[in-house]
Design a binder for this molecule. Structure first.
Ligand SMILES: Nc1ncnc2c1ncn2[C@@H]1O[C@H](COP(=O)(O)OP(=O)(O)OP(=O)(O)O)[C@@H](O)[C@H]1O
Ligand SMILES: [Mg+2]
Length: 220
């Protein structure tokens, strides 16, 4: 479904971060990327999500080349296909939980029927993740673990085929981290969503079907 072929990426100050790296992702995969701080995990996730571009190399999504997409094409690709969860969940403080979740839907046009299908999907996700009762609350009124689940539901609201999660349990205690890991797996099973996550947590990584290590610019 996603094929990353021989990508390299350098930053002026740092030199080469990704060095001729390749990764093939099948639909429904669950992949953990581990590696020391500064090894390039976030850089790789940003490239997969088209938030950043490789210097060289090719990215194929469903057989189509996407590495040279324009800004607009990249935004459309993200909107249709990618859900992001970041370590800092970045909920907007002045919007309720519900409005935070529905925000990404506003970015794409929907018919009334599509909208009500999505609403049902989101309602099911909120129930599944145990945040249905938090609908009207503001981010400052909920816990870190709850906020991370809100961020997960928001990432899944548009029914993406790939979920990119960068340290999704980084700010959570052991119990919440365990719950988040299980929830990710459940989303994979129930909705067939492909998961690629970056983490320092071996416990979280070991829940995924494939664990890859990033070092010296390559995945092994
Ligand atoms: N936009 C940028 N400009 C310059 N250097 C950058 C940029 N983004 C990342 N880097 C550098 O590239 C290297 C890889 O960074 P990256 O954030 O991908 O690492 P990481 O594996 O995600 O680390 P961590 O585990 O700490 O999150 C680091 O040395 C970082 O300083
Ligand atoms: Mg990082």
């Amino acid at each position: 479904m996603l094929s990353i072929k021989n990508i390299s990426k350098s930053f002026t100050q740092r030199g080469m971060v990704l060095n001729n790296l390749s990764l093939h992702v099948n639909e429904g995969d669950t992949i953990a990327i581990m590696g020391p701080s500064g090894s390039g995990k976030t850089t790789l996730m940003n490239i997969i999500g088209l938030l950043d571009k490789p210097d060289t190399g090719e990215i194929l999504f469903k057989e189509a080349s996407i590495a040279n997409f324009s800004e607009d094409e990249s935004a459309a690709y993200r909107n249709m296909n990618i859900g992001f969860v970041f370590q800092e969940h970045l909920l907007l403080p002045y919007l309720t939980v519900s409005d935070n979740i529905f925000l990404p839907l506003l970015a794409s046009r929907h018919t009334q029927t599509e909208l009500s299908v999505k609403e049902q999907h989101i309602k099911a996700l909120m129930e599944k993740t145990g945040i249905a009762d938090l609908k009207g609350k503001y981010p400052y009124q909920i816990s870190g673990g709850e906020a991370q689940r809100v961020a997960l539901v928001r990432a899944l609201a548009n029914n993406p085929s790939i979920l990119l999660a960068d340290e999704p349990t980084g700010s959570l205690d052991a119990r919440n981290a365990e719950n988040m890991g299980n929830l990710l797996l459940e989303m994979n099973k129930q909705f067939g969503i492909t998961i690629i996550l970056a983490t320092h947590s071996k416990d979280l990584a070991d829940k995924m079907a494939r664990v890859l290590h990033l070092g010296e610019g390559k995945l092994i």
